[in-house]
Design a protein around this ligand. Structure first.
Ligand SMILES: Nc1nc2c(c(=O)[nH]1)N[C@H]1C(S)=C(S)[C@@H](COP(=O)(O)O)O[C@H]1N2
Ligand SMILES: [Mo]
Length: 349
């Protein structure tokens, strides 16, 4: 496929994936970074980290992009705490800094979809600030508020995990306004809706409360399930509304020399132990080649070299296995982030 036509396909299919009530965002011009790698060449090993460039990273907002004035911005930790804490941006920078890799995915992302990206983030841990504020025993949930009035909640135990970060850098640059300048919170293991941008308030509350998307029926835990995302067959980036591939036998990308099947896999912070590919609709499975990312919060890259013997019609799909879970390929539970397994019809001429 020509690059231009490829972009066109993406633009025409990247509609409101999270829900009809979505006001803006989601119209990303993402080209799958996997597509740019010569994965078909078995001599090229899978990289440890595949970063989504900022220019290709999806943006998902329920309202307009917020513009924050750094001079007046502050983060308040209050509610059910002994001592409310108010932080300026300087306070954030003075705290110990760390960087790490984490994949952001929207709960509405379908298997071939572009509402996912991997970045290197930098910032500081939340826990020392929570300790300073001292949570009262009455605190059940943390209500997280942002400058655009976005709100979402999680149980207190999720916020006191050591890997919760206040981040101000993405891919070695200050957060852009689209991605939450000056500060967002990252709570590993959860879909994007639990990662507020333009963070202004952390309110410990003594009740349970639902946030913006959660009130519209999306999962309130929004935990990332073990899942594989099939992205590419030979040189075609797969899109969920375009899940049909026809390959000629010979010539460039001809199937007689083998067919590349590639993608990513993600889980709520447990390593992906195996990715399997089926070419017969799920009757039999073969193990794909995968990388071993050092961060459990980061996507796993995988590829499989399929060597079909005969022309015909095939049904391709992938599933992921982690320590705690084997992906159920028959599950379709959209509001919990299980958009269904992508089955690709492959015609070998
Ligand atoms: N303040 C604020 N934070 C937000 C949102 C929002 O609309 N407002 N959208 C959330 C959703 S649904 C997702 S998927 C992620 C996307 O992050 P990104 O735009 O940096 O890719 O941001 C989350 N954080
Ligand atoms: Mo999202």
């Amino acid at each position: 496929m020509q690059r231009r036509q490829f972009i066109q396909n993406l633009l025409t299919t990247s509609g409101a994936l999270l829900g009809a009530s979505l006001i803006t965002g989601c119209q990303s011009k993402t080209i799958d970074p996997l597509f740019l790698l010569d994965l078909i060449n078995p001599k090229i090993s899978l990289p440890d980290h595949l970063i989504t460039p900022l220019s290709d990273f999806y943006v998902q907002n329920y309202a307009l992009t917020s513009r924050v004035n750094l001079d007046t911005w502050k983060l308040t930790i209050g509610g059910e705490v002994e001592t409310p804490v108010v932080l300026t941006f300087d306070d954030i920078l003075k705290a110990p800094q760390e960087s790490f890799y984490l994949t952001m995915e929207c709960i509405g992302n379908p298997s071939g979809g572009n509402l996912i990206g991997n970045a290197k983030w930098a910032g500081t841990r939340l826990l020392p600030f929570l300790e300073k504020a001292t949570l009262k025993s009455t605190a059940i949930e943390m209500a997280m508020k942002a400058n655009d009035w976005y709100e979402t909640t999680l149980p207190i135990e999720e916020l006191t995990k050591p890997d919760v970060f206040l981040v101000h850098q993405m891919n070695d640059k200050p957060l852009t306004k689209e991605h939450g300048f000056p500060l967002r919170i990252l709570i590993p293991g959860h879909f994007g809706q639990k990662q507020p941008k333009w963070l202004t308030e952390l309110n410990a509350i003594a009740t349970t409360k639902k946030g913006f998307w959660e009130n519209q029926g999306w999962s309130n835990t929004a935990e990332i399930p073990t899942h594989a995302l099939l992205r590419q067959v030979q040189t075609d980036r797969i899109w969920n509304q375009h899940n049909r591939v026809t390959l000629a036998k010979s010539g460039i990308a001809g199937w007689e020399d083998g067919v590349l099947v590639a993608g990513i896999a993600l889980d709520r912070s447990r390593p992906i132990t195996r990715v399997e590919v089926s070419t017969d609709g799920g009757n039999s499975w073969q193990i794909a080649d995968q990388n071993q990312p050092s961060s459990p919060h980061e996507w796993t890259l995988w590829r499989y070299r399929w060597t079909p013997k005969d022309a015909g019609n095939y049904k391709l799909l992938a599933r992921a296995i982690s320590d705690g879970e084997i992906q159920d390929i028959n599950k379709h539970d959209r509001m919990n982030g299980q958009s269904g397994v992508l089955k690709i019809d492959v015609m070998l001429d």
